[in-house]
Design a protein around this ligand. Structure first.
Ligand SMILES: Nc1ncnc2c1ncn2[C@@H]1O[C@H](COP(=O)(O)OP(=O)(O)OP(=O)(O)O)[C@@H](O)[C@H]1O
Length: 819
């Protein structure tokens, strides 16, 4: 077997040079690949990029909010029509005469809203999977606005699995008992294989067990149940009772199966990786999430290998032995994905997630030998969206910016690829390296494998404009013709890396295992020597190894410096070229614009001259007079001038005589004015005198008013004081009256008692009658007088004067004493 890996590397090295120059075209790359490819079995195939459309059904909420306005009509299995709804920018533009309100697009195949996951899988990537199992690389990516059903298409729901779990199931069904269980061959870099020793295999197993243990026991059951019963319920139709894949019933797969059966010594090793590109950083989704102490996820870097192909460095590749195991790992990866709640999708993918499967075909006829490796990548792109529609702010806004940027670059690459086809032979810059996503997609678009695009759309009127953009993008993508290099396992043997990281070269007659075992033997010998070595020898050996290491490091450093220098020189050269081109362009432009300016000046100058000439001519025409008329007019003017002179002289004479007369008149007027002024002065003096007298009178009157006012103020304050005293007196009197009124009530009672006693006296005897009669008389008189006093109104009391007031308290006291 030839060491095709190295040859392929050599081919791609020239490609990487093209990349350095920044001008990479399909036309550049593909012919260079052809010499290493066989022409008999595998000729390069050119076909249009397959673009499938899937239309998502309306949700209940969308139907309720009048989103269904008949925007999307599937006319046939390949043609779909889009009609702009009211309020959409497309309709408004078409009303203004920009663009149309109706668009038609063709796709490889269109799947309506009623399409099941199974039908979709069968109609799209099943053939691609056949090629993948057969050794072909493949890329499937979904594209569409947010909430269009991309994740649903790739992963599906717990009840209805998407294309990814179905693909896994199909692959494992196909392998069906031909799994390479040693698991000591691991994918390395972009297309190589690493041979692992027992310890490394055990380490890999431990990592897998640790990862799987993060799913709880309970979850494990659920995954098993859902994978086996629910999610793979539909897939079960793919699997026969005797566990033979139904997919292989297809003619081509049957061929493949026959081929495999012929070669029962071929086994498969399945490896998977899962990572996301979030805000232009690559994160491994299969590495356990960091603790709360260290919440930052470590980002991975994208590198190019010797062949010029990009790969994610330190990405975790996991060996999987069954669909169940793969589903669990997928579930763990999904948990680590960057999802967020947006206005349009409660579980919106904020990153591009790439799930890759590498299938290693291992021949175990005599000794294990890697025949080939193929890769299937399924990419769930983040939604293309307008920031304001999803109401994005803060982190969401940043995410949207990065998402839109990488999708924009993807669009540019696809447009450039299409342009490459139209301008054969011409260099077209394809900006693959401007985003991580396109950098990793590059090999698939450049012949390394088949790419297939799934466009997801919803039918909502509110997202019509974005959907239209997606459709326009897919229309361009559909025109891209892929030139796929035939890469059957037999023709593309990967480079096998030994334990020391160096490539193991082997010829067709020596199996890889033999080579590796030879190397291991040597290593074993070394190891044995070490254990039996004396202390001095061991130290010497260590010293030896240290020297080797430093020499190795130095050579690597020199290599790196060389590469850097070359790259620097290449870039410098490129920059010089660019500068030269630009300065030439600038010079040309300057000359052109100077010429143009000169021409314009000349034009303006001529125009101004002509204008001035025309004006002058018009003026001459307007003012044209015959010579005779002109002379006659001049005569008239002369006569007029003479006449004016005469008149002026007459006027001067008249002025002089009138001035003499006016001088006399002025002298007379002055005399009379002086007399008048004297009279006025006398009158003024008299008036001033009168004014002074009046002012004095006013002053004396003001003094009188002031004194009167003072007096009246005094009187008022006196009266106020008297009033206050009187009011206090009234209050006292009122209090007295109230006291007396209380006494009156008591007196009434006493009177009643007296009259009762009188009655008793009258009855008791005549002898005491004289004494009894005298006493009541005097008492009655006193009380009646007292009563009349107290019942008198306070007003009448006030009227009695101050003398009475003074005697009141003493009277009151005497009364009370009597009582
Ligand atoms: N064909 C379909 N049938 C039924 N439901 C669907 C279908 N496609 C999508 N859905 C549903 O629509 C919703 C949005 O789908 P999904 O999350 O896959 O969108 P998305 O395009 O991945 O969005 P984002 O880009 O924001 O992640 C989900 O609730 C999903 O279950």
């Amino acid at each position: 077997m030839a060491s095709c890996g190295l040859e392929a590397g050599a081919v791609f090295e020239s490609t990487s040079c093209s990349l350095l120059s920044g001008r990479l075209t399909l036309a550049d790359m593909l012919p260079e690949l052809s010499p290493v490819l066989p022409t008999s079995e595998g000729e390069q195939v050119s076909e249009s990029l397959k673009v499938y459309l899937r239309v998502r059904p309306f949700s209940k909420a969308e139907l309720a909010s009048n989103e269904s306005q008949g925007c999307v009509t599937i006319e046939s299995s390949e043609i779909v029509a889009l009609q702009a709804p009211k309020d959409s920018a497309a309709l408004k533009n078409s009303e203004k005469g920009i663009g149309q309100s109706m668009h038609k697009f063709t796709f490889t195949q269109i799947f309506g809203s009623e399409t099941t996951q199974n039908e979709f899988f069968d109609g799209t990537i099943k053939d691609l999977l056949t090629a993948f199992i057969d050794g072909q690389n493949a890329l499937v990516f979904t594209y569409g606005v947010t909430n269009a059903g991309k994740t649903y298409t790739i992963q599906g729901s717990s009840k209805d699995a998407g294309i990814l779990p179905r693909s896994l199931d199909l692959i494992f069904n196909h392998i069906n008992g031909r799994l390479y269980l040693k698991n000591d061959l691991k994918p390395h870099l972009s297309n190589d294989i690493m041979k692992m020793d027992f310890g490394q295999v055990e380490h890999e197993e431990a990592i897998k067990s640790a990862l799987l243990s993060t799913l709880k026991e309970e979850t494990d059951h659920n995954v098993k149940a859902s994978t086996n019963q629910s999610s793979l319920k539909d897939i079960s139709c793919l699997v026969c009772p005797n566990n033979v894949s139904l997919v292989c019933v297809a003619a081509d797969m049957q061929d493949c199966e026959d081929k495999m059966n012929k070669d029962q010594e071929v086994q498969f090793s399945v490896w998977m990786s899962f990572f996301e590109i979030y805000n232009e950083y690559v994160y491994d989704l299969l590495k356990t999430f960091p603790s709360s102490k260290c919440p930052k996820r470590p980002a991975l870097r994208v590198y190019d290998d010797q062949t010029g192909n990009s790969y994610v460095r330190d990405l975790r590749w996991m060996c999987v032995n069954s669909t169940e195991e793969a589903s669990k790992i997928l579930k763990i990866g999904n948990k680590n994905r960057s999802l967020a709640f947006t206005k349009m999708n409660h579980q919106s993918s904020r990153s591009h997630s790439i799930f890759s499967i590498r299938l290693l075909r291992v021949s175990v006829e005599d000794e294990p030998c890697v025949l080939g490796v193929s890769e299937l990548s399924l990419c769930d792109l983040a939604g293309s969206e307008r920031c304001n529609r999803t109401q994005t702010v803060g982190d969401r806004l940043k995410e949207a910016g990065n998402i839109n940027n990488s999708l924009l670059i993807l669009g540019k690459c696809i447009a450039a690829l299409k342009q490459t086809q139209n301008t054969k032979g011409k260099h077209v810059y394809i900006p693959f390296r401007e985003s991580k996503l396109t950098r990793l997609f590059q090999p698939f678009f450049c012949g390394k494998g088949k790419a297939c695009m799934i466009v997801n759309i919803n039918q909502c009127a509110s997202t019509y404009d974005e959907t239209l953009n997606v459709m326009k993008f897919s229309a361009v993508a559909k025109q891209v013709v892929q030139t796929i290099q035939p890469k059957a396992f037999e023709f593309w043997t990967p480079k096998v890396i030994g334990k020391d990281g160096k490539a193991i070269n082997f010829d067709a007659n020596v199996s890889i295992e033999e080579l590796l075992s030879e190397e291991n033997l040597l290593e074993d010998e070394d190891e044995m020597d070490v254990t039996t070595m004396s202390h001095e020898d061991a130290l010497k050996e260590v010293e030896n190894l240290r020297k080797k290491l430093s020499a190795e490091r130095q050579s690597k450093l020199v290599q790196e410096l060389q590469i850097r220098k070359e790259m620097g020189e290449a870039m410098f050269q490129q920059m010089l070229e660019l500068e030269e081109t630009w300065s030439k362009l600038c010079e040309d432009e300057r000359e052109k614009s100077e010429l143009l300016l000169e021409k314009r000046f000349e034009m303006y100058r001529n125009a101004i001259k002509q204008h001035a000439y025309h004006c002058a001519m018009e003026e001459v025409e307007d003012n044209y007079v015959p010579v005779e008329d002109f002379l006659a007019e001049q005569e008239k003017v002369k006569e007029r001038d003479q006449r004016i002179l005469e008149l002026e002289m007459t006027l001067t004479l008249q002025k002089q005589s009138s001035e003499a007369r006016s001088d006399l008149h002025i002298t007379e007027e002055r005399t009379s004015t002086e007399l008048k002024n004297q009279k006025i002065d006398g009158a003024v003096e008299e008036l001033q005198k009168q004014c002074r007298e009046k002012e004095e009178l006013i002053k004396s009157l003001q003094a009188q008013i002031k004194s009167i006012k003072d007096e009246s103020d005094q009187a008022i304050s006196k009266t106020n004081e008297e009033n206050t005293a009187l009011k206090q007196l009234i209050i006292l009197k009122d209090q007295e009256i109230q006291g007396l009124q209380g006494c009156v009530g008591h007196i009434g009672e006493l009177q009643a008692m007296v009259s009762e006693l009188q009655g008793k006296q009258n009855e008791s005897g005549k002898c005491s009658s004289l004494v009894d009669v005298k006493q009541p008389k005097s008492k009655r008189g006193l009380f009646s007088n007292f009563k009349s006093t107290v019942t008198r109104s306070p007003k009448s009391l006030k009227g009695q004067g101050k003398s009475e007031e003074a005697s009141t308290p003493s009277r009151k006291q005497s009364l009370l004493r009597k009582m």
